[in-house]
Write a protein of this length. Structure first.
Length: 678
């Protein structure tokens, strides 16, 4: 039974127009594209739009460094991005830019409506100013020591070590990354969006599982314990972006106009294809609006964005779907190891559909990180796509072409088996709809196994030698071809190019969910040509080597390699800085999992006379039983940090890039809990 027709607008987060697309980016675009293709196959009206995020200080400074205008830079990057997306079959209905007349119009309109309704505040604040460059510094252009945990080389808005957020003026020993100068504090008049005005609306909005995933909602609710902060929406000149109407030398902060780029891109599509913009963005719209984003930008899309839309008289999103990050071989993508892989580099060596399938086999409706294990990637593609899926068509098509003039039988020997495949499509559709792609892939491959087992047991290669039973082969192989057709229909959102080749082979119109319900009988197919080929070891090896070179071409020359290349030594610290920290030997007397935490273990530490409770992000590398009884080192005089799970009373020492490569430091034999490390 076909579902009622729906009307949907779908977006992915806007890629920044400051560099190439890499495999980490592609997780989101592939996830969204699969979902959109599925919706279209089901017969729904579905529009998929996106745009380059083309504003901000980073673009201005990079263009300046290259000696070109910002427009030249964003035009060049736009061409690179559209090329990469096309190679990976990401089929936007419109891919636009935020540096557009449409985006300027909606940014100004939303700002003016919010301002008129009293939701914009104006006040003077202290900001860091680069005296050599003559500019106020955006948070990401200041680095220094985290004021909470003391970690060095942290950005001016949050600490990657302890996760704390703060103002750039709170950084210890701040340095401008633009000039290397020590910034000074200066008064600056700025505009703020009064998020707290929408407190009740947002509390109700995020409370619906329809709008946000429960894990995201729980994190957001922590912010409601206090007054919601005002959000700085302006930046001082010089800045590449839209000037704020009625303000002097003030520009919209990139995060104000970037999500409005969804509206601008869709408006551009509407004007081109005579669609109704109001049908999708009016407050009473019955259309669906879905955003796919990374979990790192959830706050912008689940607080600021719906509040802005609501306050300006537009509809709010139907749902914001967050996903995790990409790991490669269990670790963060690494430039020195060649696992920081650009989309262009991958496509030179491997079929992009292989990556689409592997991501689909890993993705579900949660926000856990996914791992691209290159050895598993090769094995799974070779086994599932080549050894199972394509094998069904190749082993049946030869008999049909050579023995029966390419004609399928007019009846099937086991119609119930094909009917079971067709019935399974509803379950698969449910998994696609709820973004549980990994479950869909598992069930599809289970069906592929059943098809291959049927052909193995029927042994058409034996029957064809018996003149009295030769006719049975046509039915057996026709059933095999029909099962392949249903499988290919279910995989078309993931493998659109392979599906297109299959449609030519099967001599049929484009595969749709509804059309697959009726079998192909007394139908002539075309001669089979290989649809996919195995991945060879040399392909992935060459891709890794090319990735190292591709990254080297994009970054300044370095003499370092290994860990120092990925994590350079921090700036010089004085002896007085070091002397402030008290390092002590401790024994881990208890380690346990933390309910609701993906990366944390709670450690109870014996300090030699007292115990401390510390939350450590080492769950990916250790199980509790591997830690209990071991000695390690902690920072004993670190200010306690209140977390959602409790209070962390220090920090233990560990080395490594992350993932499974985290190594707790152990004192030598003879050290005792409580001893000072000097």
């Amino acid at each position: 039974m076909s579902a009622a027709k729906r009307t949907l607008l779908v977006t992915s987060a806007l890629p920044y127009a400051n560099g190439p697309i890499h495999l980490g980016h592609l997780v989101e675009y592939i996830q969204t594209d699969i979902w959109v293709r599925f919706q279209k196959m089901r017969g729904h009206e579905c529009h998929y739009v996106c745009a380059d995020d083309a504003h901000g200080s980073a673009i201005m400074l990079r263009a300046e460094a290259e000696g070109i205008e910002p427009q030249t830079l964003i035009d060049r990057v736009y061409e690179e991005h559209t090329r990469d997306f096309a190679q990976f079959h990401v089929a936007f209905d419109n891919f636009y830019t935020t540096h557009s007349d449409e985006n300027r119009h909606f940014s100004e309109l939303i700002f003016q409506r919010l301002d008129a309704a009293g939701h914009i505040a104006r006040r003077t604040i202290k900001q860091l100013y680069d005296p050599e460059r003559g500019m106020f510094l955006p948070d990401r252009y200041v680095k220094g020591t985290c004021p909470v945990c003391g970690e060095e080389d942290q950005y001016g808005d949050n600490c990657e070590k302890c996760g704390s957020t703060y103002a750039s003026t709170e950084l210890i020993n701040p340095v401008s990354t633009v000039s290397g100068a020590t910034p000074v504090e200066k008064d600056s008049d700025q505009l703020f969006f009064k998020l707290n005005d929408f407190r009740d609306f947002l509390a109700n909005w995020i409370d619906s599982e329809q709008h946000v995933q429960p894990v995201i909602a729980n994190k957001l609710k922590e912010l409601f314990e206090d007054e919601l902060f005002q959000w700085d929406i302006s930046r001082n000149a010089p800045y590449f972006g839209f000037e704020i109407p009625g303000e002097k030398d003030k520009f919209f902060y990139v995060w104000l106009d970037a999500p409005i780029g969804y509206m601008a891109s869709f408006k551009n599509l509407c004007d081109r294809e005579n669609l109704s913009f109001d049908q999708f963005f009016a407050q009473d719209s019955e259309a669906e609006l879905h955003h796919f984003i990374g979990k790192d930008i959830a706050r912008f899309h689940t607080l600021f964005w719906p509040a802005k839309l609501h306050g300006a008289g537009f509809r709010t999103p139907t749902a914001v779907h967050c996903h995790g990050f990409l790991m490669v071989n269990g670790q963060k993508m690494s430039k020195s190891r060649g696992t920081f892989i650009m989309a262009e580099t991958y496509a030179k060596h491997l079929n992009p559909e292989y990556l689409r399938y592997y991501f689909a086999a890993k993705l579900d409706d949660g926000i856990d990180d996914i791992d691209l294990n290159l050895e598993d990637f090769q094995a799974r593609v070779n086994s599932d796509l080549v050894g199972k899926l394509v094998n069904i068509a190749s082993r049946c098509a030869g008999f049909i072409s050579k023995q029966f003039d390419g004609k399928l039988s007019d009846t099937l020997p086991e119609p119930k088996m094909l009917d079971d495949f067709v019935q399974a499509m509803e379950s698969i559709a449910g998994h696609y709809e709820s973004r549980r792609f990994s479950k869909a892939m598992r069930e599809i491959m289970t069906l592929a196994d059943q098809a291959n087992q049927y052909i193995d047991s029927a042994e058409p290669w034996v029957l064809i030698k018996n003149a009295d039973r030769k006719h049975e082969v046509q039915g057996i192989c026709s059933l095999g071809i029909n099962m392949f057709r249903v499988l290919m229909t279910m995989l078309k959102p993931v493998l659109p190019a392979t599906a297109s080749k299959s449609e030519i082979f099967l001599n049929i119109d484009p595969l749709t969910w509804e059309a697959a319900r009726a079998p192909l009988l007394d139908h002539k197919i075309n001669k089979f040509k290989p649809l996919l080929t195995r991945i060879e070891d040399t392909q992935t090896e060459n891709m890794i080597e090319d990735s190292k070179q591709a990254v080297a071409d994009l970054t300044p020359a370095k003499s370092l390699s290994g860990p120092l290349a990925d994590d350079p030594i921090a700036e010089i610290a004085t002896f007085e800085d070091f002397a402030k920290l008290d390092f002590r030997v401790v024994r881990i007397v208890k380690a346990e999992h933390v309910e609701g935490a993906d990366k944390l273990l709670q450690l109870t530490l014996d300090l030699g006379g007292e115990t401390r409770s510390v939350f450590a992000g080492i769950k990916s590398a250790y199980t509790p039983d591997q830690l209990e009884g071991r000695l390690t080192v902690m920072v004993a005089n670190l200010a306690p940090r209140k977390m959602r799970f409790g209070v962390s009373e220090g920090m233990v020492f560990a080395a490594g890039p992350g993932g499974k490569e985290i190594f707790i430091l152990n004192p030598d034999d003879g050290a005792q809990p409580g001893m000072r490390v000097k």
